[in-house]
Design a protein around this ligand. Structure first.
Ligand SMILES: [Mg+2]
Length: 220
């Protein structure tokens, strides 16, 4: 996956709402590496179960979690996915291994994270012009905070608003409104940048926020 961060004219812009995943760095390579590491750990723990079956169980657990928790940060919880996967293959909750797999997933994921050069240049431009930035991002707070530390961008980000904090995911107005209130700005003063047309672009535009799409292309 390759990210194409847009060219943005900051004239008159008083604040920025910014997506994180697939906006400042490409998600796919991180997820692929993280999942492979976890499946490999699971094949060591359960050699009698094939890798294909484990992948299938992961996918099943992920989809069930999405159905149950649709629209909330927990719907992306790797802890819940691995816990459900382990319950399915062993018939009971495996506390220690669930936690171990969650940590293994995120530490492997973060090893692969690479800040997009154009996104960094944009963050620097905002900093130079004293334009404040709030992330508006769908996932749990702890993971998103770890990601911005790993990317080395905490100095550029004034606020982080996660769907865990807002209680609901994009495109709901509430998550954008929380970010606007932290920035102390009106919708017409800020812009939104993100890769997801429905969540980022249409969600922000519904509140009257001018939006810029990030394009994600499959790398060859
Ligand atoms: Mg995104």
């Amino acid at each position: 996956m390759v990210i194409i961060f847009p060219d943005i004219d900051l004239t008159g812009v008083k604040g920025v709402l910014l997506d994180l995943d697939n906006c400042l760095y490409p998600y796919d390579i991180c997820h692929a590496q993280a999942l492979e590491t976890c499946i490999s750990k699971l094949t060591q723990e359960f050699p009698q179960i094939s890798e294909d079956k484990l992948m299938e169980e992961y996918d099943k657990s992920r989809k069930a979690c999405h159905r149950q928790l649709d629209g909330t940060a927990s719907s992306h919880s790797r802890l819940l996915y691995f816990k459900a996967l382990l319950e399915s293959i062993t018939g009971k909750t495996q506390a220690a291994l669930s936690l171990e797999l969650e940590e293994l997933y995120w530490s492997s994921y973060m090893e692969q994270m690479q800040l997009d050069a154009k996104a960094l240049a944009f963050l620097q431009k905002c900093k130079n012009k004293s334009i404040p930035i709030s992330l508006v991002t769908d996932l749990t707070e702890q993971i998103q905070l770890r990601k911005i530390i790993k990317l080395g961008i905490t100095d550029y980000i004034d606020f982080v608003v996660s769907s865990e904090e807002a209680g609901i995911e994009k495109p709901a107005a509430k998550i954008f409104e929380l970010a606007l209130s932290k920035l102390g700005k009106k919708a017409s003063d800020v812009i939104m940048i993100g890769d997801n047309l429905k969540k980022d672009i249409k969600g922000a535009e519904a509140l009257g926020v001018k939006s810029y799409p990030v394009t994600c292309l499959e790398s060859k």
